[in-house]
Ligand binder design. Sequence first.
Ligand code: NAD
Length: 261
Amino acid sequence: MILDNTISAVVTGGASGLGAATARMLASHGVKVAIFDLNEDLGEKVAKEIGGVFCKVNVGSTEEVDAGFAKARAANGQERIMVNCAGVGGGAAKTASIDRETKKPKEYPLENFERIININLVGTFRCITKSAAGMLTLPVLPCGDRGAIVNTASVAAEDGQIGQVAYTASKAGVVGITLVVARDLSDANIRCNTILPGIFDTPLLARAPENVKAGLAAMVPHPKRLGRAEEYAQLAHTMITCGYFNGEDVRLDGAIRMAPR
Ligand SMILES: NC(=O)c1ccc[n+]([C@@H]2O[C@H](COP(=O)([O-])OP(=O)(O)OC[C@H]3O[C@@H](n4cnc5c(N)ncnc54)[C@H](O)[C@@H]3O)[C@@H](O)[C@H]2O)c1
């Protein structure tokens, strides 16, 4: 797909970090961008900067996602690019453990598991299916594409650490659906790929002390630093513009393999 001002895109999580870098990258090529995010202040700020539209959307809610697509399409027309970056971490707990205070066995709090799956996995698929259905109303471009979808998993999908069971399940789910979505949408000429970021320097990590960030950077074989959001956007650009890129889950991680803890 060739990026220009005849193309529209929706970027979830576009108010910050990897999503904001991707929204900026797309806009720099003339693409009309709509940002779906919970963070109104940052989302409006990025949208204004790139001449895009901000839609306050929780990707965990069907009603809010529907309203977001309606607003985005009214402003920019039907999108051909869907980038899913909205996601949450947290909920760290072991599958079962001994409670420090009561000394009694305790189970994993399932409500955490369901919350993280609903945002990271169901939220991603909710946007994929609604966006792809909308793309079906558009003609195929001369390049042969009708649309392109990029999702965000994590290296935790493959080497999840102790306590990360919910996050890992949600991201492994995103990795798992990539090929089947690409196959489902193959006769519609819509491609689907997923990026598995390693450790990226985004606002997600900004709160961490410098020595913690330096320790994380030292774990990366090469280059010995955290990933830059622009590098994520660079791979997203390739996945969107390279017509033969389809059905792939690609690690972007400086060769890091996460240890158990
Ligand atoms: N930064 C990293 O090291 C790293 C590593 C692996 C994977 N990831 C994944 O990359 C994605 C982007 O992370 P980031 O580092 O840019 O973080 P970030 O916190 O900078 O950006 C995430 C954005 O998603 C938004 N968001 C969160 N929940 C939402 C919801 N329910 N609905 C709509 N928007 C929501 C937040 O408001 C925020 O603007 C996430 O899916 C994250 O799991 C990040």
